[in-house]
Write a protein that binds this ligand. Structure first.
Ligand code: HEM
Length: 517
C-alpha cells in the first residue's frame, strides 16, 4: 500500500507530539505533587529537611548503611522535637508522644496499628507476636503472658543461675591462663543470654557458652537482619519491589534462612509433643498449661513464627544492654568503683547474688538505666499509623494514615529530655538521699527502653533479672580494664541493622584476690 509522505510525516509528528504532551503531563504531575507535599499537605507546617520529603533516597541510604538512627538524631537536633522525615511521616522525641502513639486508646481496633512497611512476616508467611495486627496480637499476648509472670520468673531463676555460673567459670578460666589475653565480653554476654533463651524457649540451650562460639542459628539470624535492611531500603525507594524481593535473595541465603527456621519449627514441635513438663517452667510448659485452662490455642504457623522471634527479641537485647553498660563503666572508672563498692559490700559470696537481692541495689539499677539510655538495645523507631478518624499527638490533630513514631536513640540522647545527654551519669537516676544528683532537664517519661502500651516488652522482668545477675556477678568476681585497640571503641560509631552491629569489646579480666569460680 502506498502512503503519501505527507501523511507519514504528519503521523510521526502526531505521535511525537503525543509523547511530549505525556512527558509534559508527567513533569507537571511531579511538580504539582512537590508543591502539594511542600505547601498544601496536612503535615506541611511540620519542620523537616526538604530533601527527605521529595525523595526517599536519604532515608534509604540511612537504612542501607546502618546510620538511620544517627541521621534522625541529627535531624531532631536541627529541627526540634517533631520532625517530618518523609512526606507522610513524623518522628517525635517529646515524652508525651509515648502515650499518644503507643498507649491504650480503648481497644485493639482503636490503638494505633504498626506501620506494616516496617514489620516482616516469618519465613513461613505467618504473623508473629511482633508483626501481628492489633486484633490478632491480643490473643498471642494473652497466651504468652503467663510465661513472663513474676511466679514464672521465680521458677525460672535456677536456670538463669546455672548459665551465669557457667559464664563466670569460663571467664575465670580465661583470666587464669598463663598469658591471659583480653576477652571480647560482647560475645560472652551474647553466648549467655542466647543459651538462656534457648533453654527457656526451645527446651535446650544453644550450647554457645560450652563451645565458646556462636551457634549457626544465631549467625544466620544476624546475617538475615542485614539482608532484611537491604531489602527495606530498596522497598523504601520502590515499594513495588517488595513482592519480587524473595527472588532477589541468592539461593544460598534462602536455604540458610529455611534451615534456620526449620530448626525453630523442629524445636517447637518437640516441645509440643512433650507437653507440660513437670518441674520445668519454660515458655512452652506455661503455654501448654494456659491452652489447657482457656481452651484457646494458636495455629501452628503463628506459634512457630512467634517462637522464632522470641530468642532474638530476648537475648540480643539483653546482651546489648550489658555490653553498652560495661563499655560506659570502663570509660568511667569512678562509676565502676562505686558499683564495685555497692556489690562487693552487699554480697559475701556469689550465692547471695539473686534476682531478689540485686533488686534492692540502687546504684546497680541506676547504672543499667543509664547504660540503656545511652545504648538502647532496640534503638530504632517502631512506627505506627494514625487510625481512622485521625488522632491528637502532642497536642496537634493528625489525619488518619500518618506514620508516626519515636526513635529511641534520638529521644534518650535529646538535650531537651536529659541534661548532658551524651555523658554517663548513673547518679541522675538516684534520689539525693541515695547520693544522686539533680540534673535538669530530666524526663524519665521519655525513657522507655522496653517501649510502652499494649505492645510493650513482655520480657522486661526477665531482661532485668538477667542483666542484674550477670553484671553483679561480673563485678563481684573480676576487676576489669578496657583493652579496645586505639583509638578505642565508641558506642556511637556502631551501625544498626535492626539490632546493633556490635563491635568487639576487649576487656582484660583479673579475678579479685582469692576469688575463684
Ligand atoms: C534489656 C532487655 C530488653 C529490651 C530493652 C527489650 C525491648 C523491647 C522493645 C523496645 C519491644 C517493642 C518492640 C516493638 O514494638 O517492635 C519489645 C518487645 C518484646 N520483647 Fe523485649 N526487650 C528486652 C528483653 C526481652 C526479653 C528477655 C524477652 C524474653 C523473651 C523479651 C520479649 C519481648 C516480646 C515477646 C516482645 C513483643 C511484645 C508484644 O508485641 O506484645 N524482651 N522488647
Amino acid at each position: 500500500m502506498y502512503l503519501n509522505p505527507w501523511v507519514l510525516e504528519a503521523g510521526v509528528a502526531f505521535r511525537s507530539a503525543q509523547l511530549s504532551i505525556r512527558n509534559i503531563l508527567l513533569v507537571l504531575r511531579y511538580v504539582v505533587s512537590i508543591i502539594h507535599v511542600l505547601y498544601f499537605h496536612p503535615l506541611a507546617h511540620y519542620p523537616g529537611p526538604k530533601s527527605w520529603l521529595l525523595t526517599r533516597l536519604p532515608f534509604a541510604r540511612g537504612l542501607r548503611h546502618g546510620t538511620l538512627i544517627h541521621r534522625l538524631r541529627a535531624l531532631h537536633d536541627t529541627y526540634g522535637p517533631v520532625v517530618r522525615y518523609g512526606a507522610n511521616e513524623l518522628s517525635f522525641t517529646d515524652p508525651q508522644a509515648w502515650k499518644d502513639i503507643y498507649g491504650f486508646h480503648g481497644g485493639p481496633d482503636r490503638n494505633f496499628e504498626r506501620d506494616p512497611r516496617f514489620y516482616q512476616a516469618a519465613p513461613n508467611g505467618a504473623p508473629s507476636i511482633l508483626s501481628a495486627a492489633n486484633d490478632a496480637h491480643v490473643s498471642v499476648r494473652r497466651l504468652l503472658a503467663p510465661a513472663f509472670s513474676d511466679s514464672a520468673l521465680k521458677a525460672q531463676e535456677h536456670i538463669l543461675h546455672d548459665y551465669v555460673a557457667l559464664l563466670m567459670a569460663k571467664l575465670h578460666a580465661l583470666a587464669a591462663a598463663s598469658d591471659p589475653q583480653p576477652v571480647n565480653l560482647a560475645n560472652y554476654f551474647q553466648f549467655t543470654t542466647f543459651d538462656i533463651a534457648g533453654d527457656l524457649m526451645y527446651g535446650q540451650s544453644f550450647g554457645c557458652l560450652d563451645r565458646e562460639e556462636y551457634h549457626v542459628w544465631l549467625k544466620v539470624m544476624t546475617a538475615f537482619f542485614k539482608r532484611l535492611i537491604i531489602g527495606a531500603s530498596l522497598v523504601a525507594l520502590a515499594p513495588w519491589i517488595r513482592r519480587w524481593l524473595p527472588y532477589l535473595v541468592p539461593k544460598k541465603y534462602q536455604e540458610q534462612t529455611r534451615q534456620r527456621f526449620a530448626f525453630t519449627v523442629e524445636r517447637v514441635g518437640q516441645q509440643l509433643a512433650q507437653g507440660e513438663t513437670p518441674g520445668r517452667s519454660d515458655f512452652m510448659t506455661h503455654m501448654v498449661r494456659t491452652v489447657g485452662k482457656t481452651g484457646f490455642a494458636l495455629q501452628r504457623p503463628e506459634l512457630d513464627a512467634t517462637f522464632d522471634v522470641l530468642a532474638s527479641a530476648g537475648a540480643e537485647t539483653t546482651a546489648t544492654a550489658l555490653t553498652g553498660t560495661v563499655e560506659y563503666l570502663l570509660r568511667n572508672p569512678a562509676a565502676l568503683r562505686r558499683l564495685q563498692g555497692e556489690i562487693r559490700a552487699g554480697f559475701k559470696s556469689p550465692a547471695a547474688i539473686t534476682v531478689a537481692s540485686t533488686a534492692s541495689l540502687p546504684y546497680l539499677a541506676a547504672v543499667l538505666n543509664e547504660g540503656m539510655r545511652l545504648c538502647p538495645p532496640a534503638p530504632s523507631m517502631r512506627p505506627r499509623v494514625v487510625p481512622e478518624g485521625g488522632a491528637v499527638v502532642c497536642g496537634k490533630w493528625l489525619p488518619a494514615g500518618t506514620s508516626v513514631g519515636i526513635p529511641l536513640w534520638s529521644t534518650f540522647r535529646s538535650a531537651a529530655n536529659f541534661a548532658q545527654p551524651d555523658a554517663f551519669i548513673p547518679e541522675r537516676w538516684l534520689e539525693a538521699s541515695q547520693g544522686g544528683v539533680e540534673l535538669q532537664p530530666h524526663e524519665p517519661r521519655a525513657f522507655m527502653p522496653f517501649s510502652f502500651g499494649p505492645r510493650d516488652c513482655l520480657g522486661r522482668a526477665l531482661g532485668w533479672a538477667e542483666m542484674r545477675l550477670i553484671l553483679a556477678s561480673l563485678v563481684w568476681h573480676f576487676d576489669m580494664e578496657d583493652c579496645s585497640p586505639p583509638p578505642g571503641k565508641t558506642w556511637e560509631a556502631q551501625k544498626v541493622f535492626v539490632m546493633w552491629g556490635l563491635e568487639p569489646m576487649m576487656v582484660q579480666l583479673r579475678a579479685r584476690h582469692g576469688v575463684k569460680s
